[in-house]
Design a protein around this ligand. Structure first.
Ligand SMILES: [Ca+2]
Ligand SMILES: [Ca+2]
Length: 288
């Protein structure tokens, strides 16, 4: 299994991803550069908090993904709530070999609030006839529920009558990404190593809810992390000087350049095998 990045770095990558998705909103003050390659290319225009990210009633595309990455983006209508956080476009799911990362795009909130609830209902057998029953603000068919209250995520499992909190609780890294909304990372093992699931995102404030999608569910199929090598650039060979080769390698979970992991260098010149040392530099893999 490919070595995966530490949680902290994955969260940073998630921020990069979202910064890319929100280019129109953050181009002037983004702390993160838009990564190489078009992340979420062609996504609906996003917006800063307080402005609709997609005009109400517009035709929405859903379940898009870039051709080479595992990132999927899902759109909900905006201005379809009274008081609940309004889910809009570019809700995101992706995964690597260890974890699933999910982002909820909320255009009318700047941060978590104790009065707001966020729930992700996961139908892990993709069978709406099994699992939870439908109630106002609750879709049917979920086996697992990730509940986010005031910035803390809790995993619950359907018992037949209610969603019971799992004990012990898995670590679910959760944060509010500026200008975007809640983002979380949960271990694939904590989701039962499912290969696919359907899901519904629900926000609440008082008695008001926003369900995304409005009816039915969205689906996501996990993929193993893939590394896509770019063009190999080999420097000039000079007597007494090290020979350097560089390559951009793109990781499929966030469609960004690989910047850590194990590098094995080997080459053959004139029938002679050469070794080398690998390192990451300038978003490239380098062998010297
Ligand atoms: Ca909405
Ligand atoms: Ca089910």
């Amino acid at each position: 299994m490919l070595r995966c990045t530490p949680r902290r770095v994955r969260c940073a990558l998630f921020v990069v991803l979202v910064a890319g998705a929100l280019l129109s909103a953050s181009a002037g003050n983004a702390n993160f550069a838009r990564p190489q390659g078009a992340i979420l290319a062609g996504s609906s225009p996003a917006s800063s908090a307080g402005a609709p990210c997609t005009p109400s009633g517009s035709r929405l595309r859903s379940q898009r993904s870039t051709s080479s990455s595992t990132i999927h983006s899902y759109d909900d209508f905006v201005e379809d709530v009274q008081s609940a956080p309004d889910i809009c476009s570019s809700n995101i799911v992706t995964n690597d070999n260890l974890a699933v990362m999910m982002g909820i795009h909320i255009h009318d909130r700047p941060a978590f609030s104790v009065d707001d609830g966020y729930r992700i209902y996961l139908d892990t057998d993709s069978d709406p006839a099994t699992g939870s029953g439908a109630l106002p603000g609750e879709p049917a068919g979920a086996e697992l529920l990730i509940e986010i209250l005031d910035g803390t995520s809790t995993l619950r499992r359907w018992s037949g009558t209610s969603f019971d909190q799992l004990t012990p609780q898995p670590a679910i890294s959760t944060e509010w990404i500026d200008g975007y909304g809640p983002a979380l990372e949960i271990g694939r093992k904590d989701l039962g190593e499912v290969q696919s699931f359907t899901f519904v995102i629900v926000t609440s404030n008082g008695a008001d809810h926003d369900l995304a999608p409005d009816a039915g569910s969205w689906s996501y199929t996990l993929s193993e992390l893939e590394l896509a090598p770019g063009r190999l650039a080999v420097g000039q060979a000079k007597a007494g000087k090290p020979l350097v080769a560089r390559m951009v390698v793109v990781r499929s979970d966030f469609d960004v350049a690989l910047e850590e992991g194990a590098i094995k260098c080997s080459a053959e010149i004139g029938g002679k095998r050469l070794g080398g040392e690998g390192a990451f530099a300038d978003e490239r893999v380098r062998c010297t």
